[in-house]
Design a protein around this ligand. Structure first.
Ligand code: HEM
Length: 198
């Protein structure tokens, strides 16, 4: 096994703070939705709104960081080894087959990860973000002249995006434990150092 430094300090900070905020958004959001009663509706709404503002600022900062460091290129999709990765996750992972993708500092995501993260960045985040903003400023719709919008549709698409985020989150946790040991990838996101085949 060889150790390579993959995740820089800001990436690790961004990853874990985003994880904490998204878990907060899921827990409070589904309480607002009426799925259960945990914090009480009012606290759920205020926590959801505070975490939303924090998350929005974190995303703005993360976008800035990705463009100034050139790290955005890590998300350019590729079909190279895509089929091999799918087969690996369908069968290879259960038979201890060698991993088809070799992680390097310049290419730290496998082709399936690239597609999944791009989907989050280009579809789920904008949908949750835009509908969230409309939801947040509902009281200003008339003043802004956009009261032809329907809150029910805004809420519907916000919840659809929340379910997509929940599915991503569950798959992400499963795959995070699919390294050469169940905690290898998680440790790498804490220390920055990933262990790969020599
Ligand atoms: C991972 C991110 C997020 C998740 C999982 C999430 C989830 C949810 C869910 C499930 C609801 C209940 C909707 C309903 O039943 O009508 C909700 C409500 C809401 N969300 Fe989000 N949301 C997220 C991000 C955001 C963002 C970024 C904003 C603002 C920019 C936002 C603003 C709101 C507002 C204002 C409400 C309505 C609260 C109320 O009833 O007063 N959300 N969210």
């Amino acid at each position: 096994m060889k150790r390579i430094y993959i995740f820089k300090r800001f990436e690790r900070f961004w990853h874990w703070s985003q994880a904490a905020l998204i878990i907060t958004m899921l827990v409070t959001g589904f309480e607002v939705h009426g799925s259960y009663d945990l914090l009480g509706f009012k606290t759920a709404v205020t926590t959801h709104t505070t975490a939303a503002w924090t998350l929005v600022w974190l995303w703005v900062f993360a976008i800035f960081w990705h463009f100034t460091t050139g790290e955005w290129k890590q998300y350019i999709p590729t079909t190279d080894k895509l089929k091999a990765m799918m087969l690996y996750y369908l069968t290879g992972i259960f038979t201890d087959a060698p991993h088809p993708f070799k992680q390097t500092r310049l290419s730290k995501h496998n082709p399936l990860q690239k597609l999944a993260y791009l989907f989050v960045l280009a579809v789920i985040n904008p949908l949750i973000w835009i509908t969230g903003w409309f939801y947040l400023f509902y009281n200003d719709w008339a003043a802004w002249g956009i009261d032809f919008l329907n809150l029910e549709y805004v809420a519907f698409f916000h919840v659809i995006a929340a379910f997509m985020m929940l599915i991503f989150f569950i798959v992400h946790i499963y795959l995070a434990t699919a390294g050469h040991t169940p905690t290898a990838h998680i440790k790498a996101m804490i220390t920055g150092w990933e262990e790969t085949d020599d």
